[in-house]
Design a protein around this ligand. Sequence first.
Ligand SMILES: N[C@@H](CCC(=O)N[C@@H](CS)C(=O)NCC(=O)O)C(=O)O
Length: 230
Amino acid sequence: MATGDVKLLGAGASPYVNRVQIALNIKSENYEFLEEKLGSKSELLLKSNPIHKKIPVLIHDDKPICESLVIVQYIDDVWTSGPSILPSDPYDRAIARFWAAYVDDKWYPLMKELWMAEGEEARAAAIEKIGEGLVVLEEAFVKCSKGKAFFGGDSIGFLDIAFGSFLGWLKVTEKMGEMQLLSEAKTPNLVEWAERFCCDDAVKDVFPKTEKLIEIFKIMQARAKAPPSN
Ligand SMILES: N[C@@H](CCC(=O)N[C@@H](CS)C(=O)NCC(=O)O)C(=O)O
């Protein structure tokens, strides 16, 4: 059983930070949460993640580890006595990593595109692409889960964490835009999976309430759209 001093530098509203919280919960590992304030960066963050200057950073026995999915894999490597997060089969591991990269590099950026879209045409185009991406992920779910509850099988695994961490922000986007992105008609398996994921013991207390996320969303959107000061 790995122990040591575990600190997580983050903010509760960050889906990337949520990934690390979920992984630590899966391993039943206690940690100290060091909250970064929205819009500012602590000295500890700048020192611990000088390359990207982003949260999350896991500090394990004074050693910083950056990038959420790198951290999740580190947690799985170190706390081996808890349930496994990555699949044991090398091919399944590769596939889980492939889809996690798809979610980060291709799918989630479309949500940002939607948030920043100006005009109906741009909005509709972004919504369409998000929907197409969800259909692709629905197909991936059917293949990866092999009829089980999660991408990772009977319990939450790497890809569940990578994709599931964005469900809070997906809900915010749906509420703000008065629309449905994840739909029973097009992605029935993902709808059920999302329900299961959000109710899981490792997840249910991690995401802030949707209303709180909406407040943060409005602040961030106003900042992103504001002309640069100076
Ligand atoms: N690829 C990074 C993304 C982390 C990220 O974008 N974190 C945001 C918070 S949600 C951040 O720190 N933003 C501050 C900034 O961009 O300066 C990861 O997976 O950890």
